[in-house]
Design a protein around this ligand. Sequence first.
Ligand code: E4P
Length: 217
Amino acid sequence: MKFFVDTADVKDIRELNDLGLVDGVTTNPSLILKSGGNIIDVTKEICSIVKGPVSAEVTATDYAGMMKEAAVLAKIADNICIKLPVTLDGLKACKALTSDGHETNLTLCFSANQALLAAKAGATYISPFIGRLDDIGLNGMDLIGEIRTIFDNYDFETQILAASIRTVNHVKEAALIGADVITAPPATLKALVKHPLTDKGLEAFLADWAKTGQSIA
Ligand code: E4P
């Protein structure tokens, strides 16, 4: 399973990348706003830090506009993945960009049928939004399971990128179901390592070690 970090905060990306936790990055217009930077400058810097795919999202909603923006985004770096909404125009742009050899990430997916269309359009990734489905009282993880079954039924190569991850439990459940990738905020990725018994055990070991009066180095 690959770990993408869902942020445009360069400091956080650098820190997680140094920890070896970053296989790629996902950004969106809201995350660019939060970063306070210019989309081209911020995305270029992220691409220089991370080797894996960096999703940069188009903001046009029509096919021609999407293609125009995709051309600008694709020039930023070789590891740009063009992020498009799952709409009819987005699917058309996905097909064209895939044929041109670009990686694509179809975003704002809330149904298995949208994922099926993305796979048929040749998307590299489909991003089902788990947390936002949970927010309206549904179980976002059910959608990951449905898409996994459909993709396995037909050997679709599109990778399931579980997005809108809000908790460490989301990460575990997505892994159990077989999502190919998760994208999570920096705090959630770092929280994966936490367990109270690890902290308690370490504290006890260190206290006993101090009593020995020994040192290893
Ligand atoms: C994914 O690509 C999106 O950027 C992200 O996961 C959305 O998450 P949110 O619902 O927490 O905004």
